[in-house]
Design a protein. Structure first.
Length: 274
């Protein structure tokens, strides 16, 4: 009799209320078990901080295009202004920028900036490294040792003799060597606004390469006349990096910022925030 009364009472409930009753077990499951899944995979787990490190002969302004794309896509982006006088100083400047971030960091380096992030990337906040047409030295290596024996037939960068311990590229040859796919007026500006690159920075040796313990990505430029593509392949292979090859010059971060931003976002999404 009691069961019959329960059934009659249920039948008296409005149809919309009966639908709610049917959903109660599902709601209980989501609240009881699904909540932990949401907490693990929600936005809070995403790496949102990106630190960009420039290379020799240029400054951080070249990252503007990459910066704008990443900012638009919700990332917090910091651009390091390295003095490029010594590797030790550049690592210290980069670490100060990393320290100012409010969580895990994807650290990105172009050209000589690759040597900087190889050492600075040991910072505990760094959870991933991205090399953009960059040097990736091993322990005890420097940029100088990496360029000492170029592959046969590789183009020679038009580096002028040192002036008071600093290096420059021949302005007339800069566009073709460094920025072959950059608009002519922008390439000419880059040539005329060169930043002196200290010989001491080239000779700075890596103490502990971060790519041995951190997930690594590498954007390889197949038209590069500063760091030969084959040299980039050798360095990226030994780092165990996820490699993306793009047809572009050494100044790929200026000429094709969308490709650079894309690999940075892959790194951010493919790395677990700690």
């Amino acid at each position: 009799m009691k069961s019959s009364r329960n059934i009659r009472n249920y039948l008296r409930i409005a149809p919309k209320h009966r639908r709610i009753l049917r959903l109660l077990p599902v709601i209980a499951f989501v609240l009881g078990f699904g909540g932990s899944v949401v907490a693990q995979t929600g936005p809070s787990a995403r790496v949102k901080n990106v630190v960009l490190v420039h290379g020799g002969f240029v400054d951080g302004s070249g990252w503007e295009g990459v910066y704008k794309i990443l900012k638009k896509n919700g990332y917090t982006v910091a651009v390091v202004q390295n003095p490029t006088i010594s590797l030790g100083d550049d690592v210290a400047v980069t670490k100060r920028t990393i320290a100012n971030q409010d969580g895990p960091v994807i650290l990105v380096g172009h050209s000589y900036g690759g040597a900087v992030i190889t050492e600075a990337g040991n910072d505990p906040k760094v959870v991933g490294l991205v090399y953009v047409a960059a040097f990736a030295p091993d322990k005890g290596e420097s940029v100088s040792t990496l360029i000492a024996n170029p592959p046969p037939g590789a183009p020679q960068p038009p580096i002028l003799p040192p002036q008071d311990g600093y290096l420059f590229l021949d302005k007339a040859k800069f566009p073709a060597a460094f920025a072959g796919d950059v608009k002519p007026d922008a390439a000419a500006f880059m040539a005329d606004s060169q930043v002196p690159w200290g010989a001491e920075a080239l000779n700075g040796k890596i103490i502990e390469p971060a790519w041995k313990t951190k997930p690594t990505w590498y954007l390889l430029t197949t038209e590069d006349k500063m760091i030969p593509p084959d040299a980039q392949r050798t360095m990226s292979k030994r780092t165990g990096a996820t490699v993306v090859e793009v047809k572009g010059s050494h100044a790929i971060f200026v000429s094709r910022p969308q490709d650079v931003a894309a690999i940075i976002e892959k790194a951010a999404k493919g790395t677990v925030a700690k």
